[in-house]
Structure formats: C-alpha cells, structure tokens
Design a protein around this ligand. Sequence first.
Ligand code: PHE
Length: 340
Amino acid sequence: MLKLINELEAKAIAKINESKNVNELNEAKSTFLGKKSPISEIMSKMRDFTVEQKKEIGQRVNVFKTKIEECVNKKLQAIKDEEVNNKLKSEEIDVTLPGKKFSDGYLHVLTKTIEELEDIFIGMGYSIAEGPEIEKDLFNFEMMNLPKDHPARDMQDTFYITNNDLLRTHTSPVQARVMLEAKGKPIKVVCPGKVYRRDEDDATHSHQFMQIEGLVVDENVSMSDLKGALTEVFRKVLGEDTNIRFRPSYFPFTEPSVEVDISCFKCHGVGCPLCKGSGWIEILGAGMVHPNVLKMAGYDPNKYQGFAFGIGIERITMLKYGIDDIRNFYTNDKRFLKQF
Ligand code: PHE
C-alpha cells in the first residue's frame, strides 16, 4: 500500500509540474486530491486495515496530501510569475532604439524675403501695417484716384466677389486705410501682403503674387527722400555697390510717378543676359502721393507730401536667387523650396 502511495505521489508531482496553466493545475489537483481520487479511495478502505497499518498508512496519506498541496501552490506561483514576466516582456521598450525623426520646418523663400525687407525697414524707422486681401472697390481703386470709369483700371483687372468687394490688385489700398486711421498725423509704414490680378500664369506672371508697399507722409517729403530710402534698402538686400535710377512713368495714385531700376548686381552695369545688356533691371513702381489721394484720406496736400512705392516680392526673390520661373514659388516642390 505504501508503495502504491509512493507511485501515486510521483505521478501526481509529475502531472502537477507538467501543467501549463491554472486550469490544467486545478485539474491535476482534483485528480490526485479530489473526492474520486485514488487517495480518497484508499482512505475509504481504512477500516479494513489493522491498527498498525491504519497508523502507518494514515501518516503516509497525510504526508502525501501536504506534499501535493505544497507542490500545487509552488506550481501556481510559478505559473503566475511566468504570466507577469510574459506581460512585462511584451511591454518591453528598448530605450536604446533611435527615436523617430521629425523633419525640421523651414521658411518659404518668399517669407524670408518679406522678413528681410521688414527688418531693414524697421531699422529705418518704419512700422508694419496690413490690410485685407478681400478689399472694397473704394480702397483698391476709388481712393487710389482710380474712379469707376478710369481706363487704368484695365491694367489691374481682378476677381470680383460682389460689385464692391474684390481681391485687391495691389497693396496700395493699405495706404488709404493707414492714412484714414492716422487722421492727419505723419506716417512711415510698409505693408506686405498678397495681391491678385486676372493674368494668365506663365514664367513671369501669376494671378496671385506678393508686394510690399511703402508710404511716408509728412511735411517736406521729397523725391530725393524716396530715392535715398530705396537706395539704402537695395544696397542692404543686393549689395553695397547697388545704384538706383528713376525713369518717368505713370500711376494714377502718384504724381510724379517713376519706374525704379537697380544697377545689375550680376554684371555691375556692364551688360549681361540678366539685365538684357542694359546694365539696369526694372524693379518697382513709385512716386509722390497724388494730391487727390492725400485729400481723399483727410490730408491737406498744401501742407503734407508723401512718397509711396510698391515692391514685387517675387521679382526681388527671383533676381536675388536667380530663379527663372515664378510658378516655382507656388507649386510646392520640396526640392525647390528646401534650397533656401
Ligand atoms: N500699386 C502699384 C502696382 O501695383 C505700385 C506702386 C505703389 C506704384 C506705390 C506707385 C506707388 O503696380
């Protein structure tokens, strides 16, 4: 009988240790300790044994039971430990792995040009003003001395939202807004922003582009102040040996009006393909603020004068970096945009 219990014990321990999970372990436990287990059967036959045997077998059965309980508990702990280990392993993070790389942002080259110009103008005492891109006919045209039937409106055909609201064709309407707001006080501002024209897009035209407008209004402002300011700016942007020249031109909102050329920064005035052999490059429109424009915005033209200019941001950027197609700025080819 004792031999039987020894064999039973060895079998039970083997079965318990083979269990892979709590279910299997419980099954093994009830097989060897439960009501229908061989050990229970032995117990139920106890009365058939002698007193001597009863004592011996009883003790052995007790050792069996304790040993099996212990074994089960040990295995249970082992199964639980393993579960925790597996969970930890599945959640393991390798802190030595290289991190995810986020590509750095960079400024659009047109933004760079605007910021560079703004910095220079701020250094010269100008402040920055902005106006809406959806503009009133009143500011875009009327207050710029372009009444409804003025033929010069033709050069700046645009996109209309209503009869009176349109996408502004230049940053000049900001002039009128700034003057109305300043209520007769002196002004020194630059106004950067997007403008729109009903143009066919090609290498040098875009239906949407950018300008930076300048406006200085004060007593005793003259053309030479305009020339001095623009010379200073372009020497800073394009090089200290840059010269500028004025050619007579026409804008309804300035009188006199000028077209401003800069000396070619590539050939320094000798003549090359960039300046088409002339040594000069046309760069912007400017002039003395028309007395009508001053009057409409509440300034007495007999006391105040002003100069104004409008610089094309794309044009300057194209010249500076040798870009030959304006569409490059707007087609979002990263290979192009990343260069700057
Ligand atoms: N607004 C003009 C244009 O877009 C440029 C300009 C501005 C000319 C200020 C003179 C004075 O063509």
